[in-house]
Structure formats: C-alpha cells, structure tokens
Ligand binder design. Structure first.
Ligand code: LMR
Length: 399
C-alpha cells in the first residue's frame, strides 16, 4: 500500500528547514520559518521560562491527565487576561471559554472542526495572501477556503478599500479569518481606524470573526497589539480567537496555544465549551500540560511577569532595529529599489517583493533561505549576517 503512494510535496516552510539543515555552506542564512533569533543567531529559552521551569520541577507532584480535557482553568484565565485585559466585561460576565490546544495550529484545527461539525460552516474567508498552512488546516477540517483582498503589492500597503468592500459582501453566518497583529506573511496590519471599520462591518453583516493571534507583543506592545481585537469585543458580540505562546514565550516545541470562544452569553459559551471538549477528545484527547504551566507560572508571578515583559520588549526592539539596519545596508550597497516600506511592517515578517526567481537564486547561489512568496523573517537577521545577506540581495537584484 505504501509503495503505491506518490511522494507528498514538501511543506513550503517546514520543507525549507530540512533543506537548510542539509546545506553544508557554513555561511548559510535562514530567514524562512517564523522563529526568533537573538543577536548571536540563537533561539534561547527565555529566562522567565527557565525560572518557571525550575519551580515546576521542584513542585510538580503528578503527571496525571489535564482535567477538564479542554485545559486547566488557571491557564484559561491567564489567556483571557492577555487577550481582553483583566477587568473586561467578557471576563466578568464569563461569556468566554478557552480550550488549551497544542499550539496555535492546534487551535486553528480545533476551531475548524468545531465550525464544520457544529456550526454549519462550509467555507472560511482568508486574506490574500495568508500563511500557507491556513487553507491546508481548514481543508483538513473539511472546509473550503475563499479569499478577500488584503495586500497591494504595487504600493506595498494594505489594500484597504477593496478589502472592506469584499468583507461587506460576506453574508451572515460565514467565517472570516483575521490576523490579530503582525500579519503573516506581509507584516502589514490595519490601523486602529481601519480595525474599527472592519469590526463595524462584521457586526453589521453578522459574519463570525476568527482571529489568528500568534504574535501578541511583537508589534507595538503586549496590550497595544490587542487593540485591533478589542474593536470586536462589543456587548453580546461573538467571535473566536486562536492564540499561541510559541513566539512571545519562545515555547515553540512545547505546543502551547489556545482557542477562545466568546459567546453572546455565559450559557452560549458553556455550550460551546461542552462541544470543544468532544472535538478535542476525538482528536488529541488531552492537551500537553508542561508549556501551559510555564505560562501560568510566569503570568501570575509579578517578578517573572516583569521579566517576561522585558524579554518580549527586547525581541520586539531587536526586530525593529534589524528592519532599519537592513534598509540602510541595502541602500549603502547601492540597491536601487527603496526598501523603506519594511519599516512600516510589524512583527517577524516582511513581504520583500522578491520574486520566486530571486528566492531560488538566493538559495542556490548564496545559501540565503527565504519562503517562496518572498516572505523574509526579519527576526533571523543579525548585525553579523547583515552584510552577507545584503550583498546576496544586491547580487540577485543586479546592483
Ligand atoms: C511561520 O509562518 O513561519 C510560522 O508560523 C511557523 C510555521 O509553523 O509555519
């Protein structure tokens, strides 16, 4: 049976990592997967995480299953506090429920299964472009994908009016995926006014916003990055949020994510949670506990939380610094195209405008790895690799 299969195509992001690892060039540069690297080109465990883990190792008394299987209550509370703020009406009125999922991708898949199996969804609307795994995850859940315009490649900006026009045509009862901040892959986020306009359309049309919120803290600040989401939290409004601690806690391999469902009332939210438990039971049964315990320990301890906030700021500031250095270095090398638009983009990613041919040449001739769409992970740049990187880009762009 197995031999009768054709080989599957490599994943557009994870497949690149495999190729990168095999590349013998000692000067190779990896700007592909969205993983943060520090000035020394390392992805270290955050100090706040190490400290929390030391505590957990000495106090942990069981490896029993997490109960309920939707995740621990203190984890749900910590997630909601980050999303909405501690005193938000949604928190006080208990009309949000949170399931602990294996990573943000696990949250998306759980949401997809929930939408398809329980909410009558047939398709989900995705920004064009979007993270290449979005359509695949929802297809695996039995949903079709449709797209709305998002990015104006010629002007390197948000394609806002066409986007809003498209969102105004989506009928009630449909599902629309929005990137909470640090849009993946473009790095272009709506302004607060634009978010408000999108939220007004959602409320008027009655479609369900489904947020992918994987980069909180990496654009402008932990609370600041929830500003777009906060426009959708009016009285009685329903929505879903898929969030992740992979990036802002560096907990990539611990798989710590969450699906939060906000219902019009506490009863509606309780009903949703009862079904999420069943969806989870037939998928992965129980979430992995360790990463969520780290998050809870850090967020609930004033000293560790302060340390975490500082570490997130350090990541955010380093990325912003690399954006500027990249733009300046390309200019200094005589590259004619103006890359200044990169400094308007937020988070790890930049949609560079490099073509598929440029991407292939960068990889094959210069051992620089970026995603085929031209998406660059700015968090993989360092002061040390900047010169070689910009030389390579100058070479493929022809000076
Ligand atoms: C990315 O877009 O690079 C990240 O979200 C990691 C992934 O799983 O693709």
């Amino acid at each position: 049976m197995f031999n009768a299969l054709d080989m599957a195509p490599p994943d557009p992001i994870l497949g690149l990592i495999e190729t990168f690892k095999k590349d013998p060039n000692p000067a190779k540069i990896n700007l592909s997967i969205g993983v943060y690297r520090d000035a020394k080109n390392q992805t270290p465990v955050l100090q706040c995480v190490k400290r929390a883990e030391e505590r957990l190792v000495s106090t942990e008394s069981t490896k029993n299953y997490v109960s309920p299987n939707s995740g621990a209550m203190d984890y749900a509370a910590a997630v909601q506090e980050l999303l909405f703020g501690a005193d938000h009406e949604i928190v006080k009125s208990n009309r949000a429920v949170t399931a602990h999922t294996p990573g943000g991708t696990g949250a998306l898949r759980t949401a997809g299964d929930f939408m398809k199996g329980l909410l009558g969804a047939k398709r989900i609307w995705l920004s064009e472009p979007t993270w290449p795994n979005h359509p695949s995850v929802f297809e695996a859940a039995g949903l079709e994908s449709a797209t709305y315009p998002y990015y104006d490649a010629a002007n390197k900006s948000l394609d806002f009016e066409p986007m809003l026009d498209a969102l105004k045509k989506i009928p009630s009862g449909e599902f629309v995926l929005l990137h909470g901040c640090c849009h993946n892959p473009t790095g272009m986020d709506p302004t607060p006014e634009q978010w408000k306009a999108i939220a007004d359309v959602a409320a008027k049309q009655g479609w369900m916003p489904v947020f992918d919120f994987a980069y909180q803290g990496l654009a402008d600040g932990i609370r600041e990055d929830a500003a777009g989401l906060s426009q959708f939290l009016g009285a009685g409004q329903e929505l879903m949020i898929c969030s992740s601690f992979s990036k802002n806690f560096g907990l990539y391999n611990e798989r710590v994510g969450a699906l939060t469902v906000v219902g019009e009332s506490e009863t509606a939210a309780e009903k949703a949670l009862s079904h999420l438990k069943r969806v989870i039971r037939t998928n992965y049964s129980n979430p992995p506990a360790h990463g969520s315990q780290i998050v809870v320990t850090v967020l609930n301890d004033p000293e560790l939380r302060k340390l975490w906030e500082g570490e997130v700021k350090e990541m955010r500031d380093r990325i912003a610094g690399m954006r500027q250095l990249f733009v300046d270095t390309l200019k200094a090398k005589g590259v004619k195209q103006d890359f200044a638009f990169l400094t308007k983009q937020k988070g790890m990613f930049s949609f560079s405008g490099l073509t598929k041919d440029h991407v292939a040449e960068l990889r094959d001739k210069h051992a620089v790895y970026i995603v085929g769409s031209g998406r660059i992970n700015v968090a993989g740049m360092t002061a040390d690799n900047m010169d070689a990187l910009c030389n390579a880009i100058a070479a493929v762009l022809g000076g």
